[in-house]
Every structure is written in C-alpha cells, then in structure tokens.
Design a protein around this ligand. Structure first.
Ligand SMILES: [Zn+2]
Length: 303
C-alpha cells in the first residue's frame, strides 16, 4: 500500500497537500488498488501432476500431489492404489499399468476428501512380442507350492510408509541382459496369458547379486524348503509400494529384516527352481504388480 501511495504521489505531487480536495480522490484510488491486490495472493489449492498420460504396457505412471489435506487414492483399471506422504501436504505414488492390459483408453480417477480429478490414460503396446515356450516334460510337471506362492505374494505386496531409496536404481548384476521384461508368453501352444515378469542377466553360477537400491529384506525362500518354481529367492521392500525379487539364486547372503544399502550383496547367481541354466531373474513391482525394471534404472522419477 505504501508503494502504491508513493507511486501516485510521484505521478501527481499536487495531491499530497492535505488541504486540497484531491486528497479524498487519492484515498479512493489507494483503496481501489488495495482491493485488486488482495485476491492476487495465491490460494493453495489441492493439485495432482502425472508424469504421462500415454503409457506403454508394463510401465508406471508417477502421480505427485500437493496441498492435499487427505491422503489421495487412485482408481485405475479396476484397481485401487494408495499414495504415500512426501511432505506436510504432499504425496506420491507409482501407478502400474499391468503388462497384459489391452491397448486403449482408460479412466484414471484421483480422490482425496472432497477433491477429485479425472484423466484419460492411453495404454499403448510395448511391442515386446510373443514367445512360444515348450517346456520339457520333467519341467512341465513342476508347479509352485502354496508355501512359496503365499510367501512371494505377501512379500511383493509390502506396503511401507517409509521410503528407503533415493534416485535411480542400478543393475543388480553386471552380466549382459539375456531376456527383457514384458515379452508375452504362450506355454506348450496354450493361450497368451502370461509374460516375462522381470529382466534376466546371463551370469554364471556364483556371480554376485547386489542391491539395486536401498531396501529391507522381507522374504527369503529356499528350493529345499518348497520354493519349487522360484528356487532360492529374495524379496526387498524399498518402501512406498515398490518391491524387487531375485530368483534362481545359488547362495543367499541375507536374512529377513536386514536393511541393505545400494550395492550390498544379496547372494549369487544360480539355477535353482524352474530355470534352464544359470541366470538372475530380477523383477520390480509397484503395488504388487510387475513392471519394467529398466524404467527404475533409467529414472529416479524426480524423487
Ligand atoms: Zn526371467
């Protein structure tokens, strides 16, 4: 208000005389100026920001929320996804687009208290193709035990409010990548109803496997204790709905409850469980749904 008054005085110095009729006019002008300034002060409104609305099968959409009084929830592809606190009124979450989601437009709805926002998400083909796999008779008979399904299922659905990692993931093994995530599969001429849920590294037996990002060990399974398909395996909970799995290990160097830093040793490569030869299968999951690990290596999502 003082600045406006000074500016007006500079333009019309004659208005500064208290005894002149101009003073009344000056006050009116100043009040008018103040009236327009007050509403211009920004009012904090709840908002959402998506990193993309066109997304490939197997990728995640990053949602960031600001000025939210309530914890936002996202509804997408008949699923409900929670969000995680990153500040006093800010939240985020990684929304997975399941790899077998059909190409097309989908509604995404975000809600927090009375606030809501709707988007149309375009899911596009990941162009990974279909692989026809013929399993040998002896391997065809191997099915996962209930014990391993329960342990792996609950480990991959870890839902911790504490985010343990920062920035980009790194590869857990140095060998060349022999099979990418997302290749759709048909077994023994059956329907295309599965896909490769991780990234394979063609390392030899004994090659070290290290944590791609900080995380807590929430599952350790052994072939000799009923992990017939996964073999010796480990799951890390990175927090905020992000988990990762390491399968077919030769040795396991961690136990449940261990908190690992990026680069800490998890175990060594092997070919336990259903595996045609020594390799590491690495999967990264968001809210229990497998997603392409490459996107976590390629981007820290600004977190
Ligand atoms: Zn694999």
């Amino acid at each position: 208000m003082r600045i406006i008054l000074l500016a007006l005085l500079l333009i019309s110095p004659n208005l500064a005389h208290a005894n002149t009729p101009g003073v009344e006019r000056l006050e009116t002008i100043v009040m008018a100026q103040v009236a327009t300034v007050v509403p211009a002060v920004p009012v904090a409104a709840p908002s959402i920001e998506l990193d993309k609305t066109i997304v490939k099968q197997g990728q995640v959409i990053i949602a960031k929320f600001t000025e939210q009084k309530h914890k936002p929830v996202i509804y997408f592809t008949d699923r409900e996804f929670t969000s995680y606190k990153t500040g006093e009124k800010s939240y985020w979450t990684a929304i997975p687009v399941e790899n077998l989601t059909k190409v097309g437009d989908y509604k995404l709805v975000a809600k927090a208290g009375d606030w809501s926002k709707e988007y149309t998400i375009k899911v596009i083909d990941n162009q990974k193709g279909v692989q026809h796999i013929h399993l040998a008779d002896d391997k065809d008979d191997i099915v996962a035990t209930q014990k391993e399904l329960n342990a792996v299922g609950s480990g991959l659905h870890a839902d911790s409010e504490t985010k343990l990692w920062t920035g980009k993931f790194v590869y857990p093994n140095k060998a060349y990548k022999s099979s990418p995530f997302g290749v759709k599969r048909s077994y023994n001429n059956g329907p295309v109803d599965s896909y490769h849920k991780g990234l394979d590294f063609a390392a030899g037996t004994g090659s070290p496997i290290t944590a791609p990002a900080a995380g807590k060990v929430v599952m350790v399974g052994f072939e000799k204790e009923g992990f017939a398909v996964h073999g010796n395996s480990v799951i890390l909970d990175h927090g905020h709905g992000i988990t990762s799995i390491y399968m077919h290990l030769h040795t396991v160097d961690v136990k449940i409850g261990d908190v690992l830093k990026v680069g800490d040793k998890i175990g060594t490569v092997g070919h336990t469980g259903i595996s045609t030869g020594p390799h590491l299968h690495w999967g990264v999951y968001a809210h229990g749904i497998s997603t392409d690990p490459e996107q976590f290596v390629g981007s820290g999502f600004g977190l």
